[in-house]
Ligand binder design. Structure first.
Ligand SMILES: Nc1ncnc2c1ncn2[C@@H]1O[C@H](COP(=O)(O)OP(=O)(O)O)[C@@H](O)[C@H]1O
Ligand SMILES: N[C@@H](CCOP(=O)(O)O)C(=O)O
Length: 318
């Protein structure tokens, strides 16, 4: 169960008059979210997704919603926020921040083939380019500073060999962040959580990226690494699947050429992508939020991926 704030048709009758969406016809809670309360909303004008934000604040949300609007305006396939009659895209419902966005067609492709990975790579490159002139700055809130803060919190809970790995990787990432290569990496708004469950497909046709609520400004290559670490692996072992990696990277490169600095950064970024999700999963596993209702994701999955990226060859970026 993951509707934390219930919403009924009655609640929406007055509230929806601020939009030009007609009358509400149906509202149905979506059970699969873990961060927010999400609803499929049908009105006289079509189908939408209504989100009530449970943790993000009115101050934090403009970055995410304006980014989606910016990308949608530039034909990147993402949910478009729906503005009310005053042009506002951030609203309040039951005292919490809320937004309505367009509903993407299709469903997640949880067993991706090279053709799906290619579609994701091409759209990701298009998204990075389209975000270049986005005017709002917000750092990736799950970046190096957060890794540094979180490491000492989770260290006491994990076995000694994992402690060694975690300390060594933080050291590697700090050294990399201080390097000349790191400063040459192209950056801008990134999705930062582009897993299979955050992309919709109808068959082989990609219909959109969603769940932008971990987005922030970071290096584009970090975003590519996070994506490859989920889309292009053997889920049991964490090993990279060469055919899917090639399909995703080549399709990305065809839209935006990777740079020599990105090529040099590729392995450390794959490690960084694994570290980021190992840490968040460790945190959620050992320090679950009060009244947490969901089974936390398995942290050892990303520990395995991190060891793989450190110890095994990785395919060249281009
Ligand atoms: N714009 C959208 N179009 C279609 N379905 C969506 C959209 N946004 C969310 N969903 C559906 O809602 C589910 C939960 O959304 P998600 O953003 O992942 O929630 P959370 O951030 O709470 O984890 C998704 O798995 C998807 O099925
Ligand atoms: N992708 C992350 C968890 C973030 O959850 P999401 O449902 O909001 O994408 C992970 O797998 O650890």
């Amino acid at each position: 169960m993951a509707v934390f704030t219930p919403v009924s048709l009655d609640d929406l009758t007055d509230w929806l008059t601020q939009f030009s969406l007609g009358k509400p016809l149906a509202v149905k809670g979506i059970s699969s979210g873990i961060e927010n309360s999400n609803f499929f909303l049908t009105t006289e004008t079509g189908e939408y997704v209504l989100t009530i934000f449970e943790k993000l604040t009115f101050e934090q949300l403009p970055f995410y919603l304006e980014l989606m609007r910016h990308l949608a305006d530039r034909k990147v396939l993402v949910p478009a926020p729906v503005a009310n009659k005053n042009g506002d895209i951030l609203h309040a419902l039951h005292g919490k921040p809320a937004a309505i966005v367009s509903k993407l067609e299709g469903s997640s492709q949880l067993d991706p083939q090279p053709v799906h990975c290619a579609a994701v790579g091409a759209m990701l490159a298009k998204m990075h380019l389209a975000g270049q002139d986005f005017p709002i700055q917000q750092p990736n809130l799950r970046g190096l500073d957060w890794w540094r803060e979180t490491t000492p919190v989770v260290l006491p809970y994990i076995p000694e060999d994992a402690q060694h790995l975690l300390r060594a990787e933080i050291h590697t990432q700090e050294a990399f962040a201080a390097s000349a290569i790191s400063h040459q990496l192209p950056r801008g708004p990134v999705h930062a959580d582009l897993f299979r469950n955050n992309v919709m497909f109808v068959g082989e046709r990609l219909t959109g990226f969603f769940d932008f609520y971990f987005a922030g400004c970071d290096t584009w290559i970090f975003d590519v690494a996070v994506t490859v670490n989920d889309w292009c692996i053997n889920l049991q072992t964490g090993e990279l699947d060469e055919a899917r990696v090639r399909a995703l990277l080549d399709a990305y490169h065809a839209v935006r050429h990777f740079t020599p600095a990105e090529k040099a950064a590729w392995r450390p970024m794959l490690q960084a992508g694994a570290l980021r999700f190992w840490l968040s999963r460790l945190y959620d596993f050992y320090l679950p939020r009060e009244a947490e209702m969901l089974t936390p994701h398995d942290p050892t999955h990303f520990e395995r991926i991190l060891r793989e990226r450190i110890n095994k060859p990785v395919p060249d970026l281009f």
